[in-house]
Design a protein around this ligand. Structure first.
Ligand code: RB5
Length: 145
């Protein structure tokens, strides 16, 4: 699967570790490339746009808390970004929300937990049904804007 990944300086270390265990995927890294302080919207928008325009099927964004990247990604049409701190949230974000971007906190979760969250996120299918109707309401809102 083609995956867009991006972080700011606070998520850089976790981003690099995550890339090591995404070996079965084709990963497109939208930066950042080092620990120098930078602005998370600059990399987050580029990765989210790659998912929105179909260049990548899913995305993973990381900043210090995950909050900034979530806000950025959810501004991009077609993006359903979910900040997940637990495996259960990752599972629900796929089952009910068909999340296409996973957002992680570089400063608040371990590498081990990040890997577990990612595994669940990739291995859980959207339930559709009543949840699709709700996502359609969101899509229609985007189209009306
Ligand atoms: C950077 O210090 C921090 O503000 C950023 O990584 C993120 O947590 C913003 O939401």
């Amino acid at each position: 699967m083609k995956i867009a990944i991006a972080s700011d300086h606070a998520g850089f270390d976790l981003k690099e570790k995550i890339k090591e265990f995404l070996i079965e995927h084709e990963v497109f890294d939208y930066g950042t490339t080092n620990l120098d302080s930078m602005d998370y919207p600059d990399t987050g928008f580029e990765a989210a746009k790659a998912v929105s325009n179909g260049d990548c099927k899913r995305g993973i964004l990381i900043c210090g808390s995950g909050l900034g990247m979530s806000i950025v990604a959810n501004k991009v049409p077609g993006i359903r970004a979910a900040l997940c701190q637990t495996k259960q949230f990752a599972q629900l974000s796929r089952l009910h929300n068909n999340s296409n971007i996973l957002v992680l906190s570089g400063r608040f979760i371990s590498e081990y937990l990040a890997k577990e969250i990612i595994d669940v996120w990739f291995n859980t299918e959207f339930e559709s049904g009543r949840h699709q109707k709700r996502l359609d309401i969101i899509s229609n809102y985007e189209k009306e804007k």
